[in-house]
Write a protein that binds this ligand. Structure first.
Ligand code: DX5
Ligand code: ZN
Length: 213
């Protein structure tokens, strides 16, 4: 089944509770955490996730675009994240492995975003993962153009998943819209993150429905 995860990066932060309610027909809520260091943008942190948790029962998919994410795993788990993602490039392999261990100890699902250029990096970790995220833009900002070249990455990751851990989900993030959604689903994605294609529309439930292919 295809899941849609609206990204609140494109919401109105002064009306966040209202904008979270507006996407209640979606499956998950995608929360982009950026530190101005790993990516050149600053967004939200632990207290905001805590407040979001209080105002929705939606599954919280928290995407950590921060340097050395191991430092914040427990804090985001306690704040109410259901799923945490960390970037391979955000720390040395030992730091990333420790972040994954802490996620397991905190009982959050784990996943492993591939940067745009590292499809096979997932292989050594795949057995212990619940989800792999393939970025379809450079991380950092909403509203960027979909990178067609990532379709091949999605196909490669899907075939690795089928072979070694078929229960693992495959999420894509960046530039997902009614035109690109069928392409990524055909390539093997089953969780679709969308920011501007949801919050940029007048009729949000219709925008979410338009992504279900
Ligand atoms: C980008 C973020 C995305 C972003 C997607 O680094 O990870 O989640 O919100 O935005 P759109 O759907 O507008 O490309
Ligand atoms: Zn994201």
């Amino acid at each position: 089944m295809i899941k849609i995860a609206p990204s609140i990066l494109s919401a109105d932060f002064a009306n966040l509770e209202r904008d979270i309610r507006r996407v209640s027909s979606a499956d998950w809520l995608h929360v982009d955490v950026m530190d101005g260091c790993f990516v050149p943008n600053l967004t939200i942190g632990v207290p905001v996730v805590q407040s979001i948790r209080k105002c929705t029962g939606m599954f919280l998919d928290v995407h950590l675009m921060i340097d050395k994410p191991v430092r914040y795993v427990e804090a985001f788990a306690q704040a109410g994240a259901d799923l945490l993602s960390v970037h391979l490039e955000a720390d040395h392999p030992t730091g990333i492995a420790e972040a994954l261990r802490r996620m397991e100890a905190c009982k959050v699902k784990r996943r492993w975003p591939c940067g745009p250029s590292r499809p096979s990096a997932v292989l050594p970790y795949l057995e212990g993962l619940d989800m792999v995220l393939v970025m379809t833009v450079e991380p950092g900002f909403g509203g960027q153009a979909f990178m067609e070249s990532q379709l091949d990455t999605i196909r490669q990751v899907r075939s690795i998943i089928e072979k070694y851990n078929p229960a693992c989900e495959l999420e894509v993030d960046g530039g997902i819209a009614p035109k690109t959604a069928p392409l990524v689903v055909e390539a093997g994605a089953n969780v679709l993150v969308a920011g501007s294609a949801v919050y940029g529309k007048e009729d949000i439930p219709a925008a979410i429905a338009a992504l279900r292919v």
